[in-house]
Design a protein around this ligand. Sequence first.
Ligand code: GAL
Length: 411
Amino acid sequence: MKRSLLAIVASATLATSAVAAESVEVLHWWTSGGEAAALGVLKKDLEGQGVTWNDMPVAGGGGEAAMTALRARVTSGNPPSAVQALGFDITDWAKQGVVADLNSLAKAENWDKVVPTALQKFSKYDGKWIAAPVNVHSTNWVWANKAVLEKAGVKEMPATWDQFIAALDKVQKAGFIGLAHGGQAWQDATLFDGVVLATGGVEFYNKAFVQKDPKALNSATMVKAFDRMKQLRSYVDKDFSNRDWNLASAMVIEGKAGFQIMGDWAKGEFLNAKKVPNKDFACFRVPGTQGMVSFNSDQFLMFKVGAASAGAQLKLAKAIMNPSFQSAFNVVKGSVPARTDVPNTAFDACGKKGMADLAEANKSGKLVGSMAHGHAVPASIKNGFYDAITAQFNGSMTSAAAAKAMAQAAE
Ligand code: GAL
């Protein structure tokens, strides 16, 4: 009797969940023009499959505010179906035992074969897939307004650090803002990714930021990197403090500033403003980091949810990993596909360069995880690095004291 009663209840629950409109709730921080356009591709994809999209945007570049909102939701026992998450933030959540298991879908679709191992390090926990990676961004990019450089007499894109400083100087002397920047810790740290790579190279970067070697963190090379941040500081405008990153991109787009150092999500803003690579703007690697890539992948981490929405959650994961979606989304987002089997045909010149750079860096061992975007150390240490970087950039800490503070943050 008892068993059949259970069977009846179980089938009834299944029936209601099958009938109830499938929906997913997604927490993310994609609120700029370019980001929202890219997210629209995913929303439409899901709605085309009959899945309702409950949007939970939490504005704030780099995702700090989003992670705070997520903590509140999970601790109140009411996690979203999925969240945009970066690197060590993903595996930190996995340790809490609150994430869903995507392994059966991943095995069925052979994700292990098509997703680079550098990403899998964060998409899996205990050998099981828990997140679906949608892209690979990289942070060691410079975006330049070609008309401004022309007017300032900058004939070609700078390839060395000294040529970069000389170009910034010319742009400033011509009456433009040299470097468009937003004074927020995550943005200062995003500059620092490229400056440390340019100053110490991949080996030094890994020793300092991945192995957290105090002798590398508190070293003459790190002091020199901080001195270079001081040089960059002299080219930003007086109103840079707390400016959002996409407003800094707009300064280059509108020809008020010559350069912005920012991850390639900035390209999504140029495309959203209908600007064309190599015509209106140029994209090139932070001078001195050619051949190197500091990457961060946006992954959708899935949380354990009730049976009613588990089906929709798997549809979301499947949609994210669909090769044609990976092309359509990344073309708009400014990133490159997370899957290695997506052709570059739909991508513009900067996108094609991004894909080629990633493949080359991966092959030559020059692919590093972005410290600024959670792919080198966990948030607890990353935030300590942020404090030193932003204090030094704002002039309240010397280069030597900042390097020392970095070593202390890693202990
Ligand atoms: C990064 C994220 C990008 C973009 C950027 C600006 O961490 O990977 O997709 O959102 O922040 O907010």
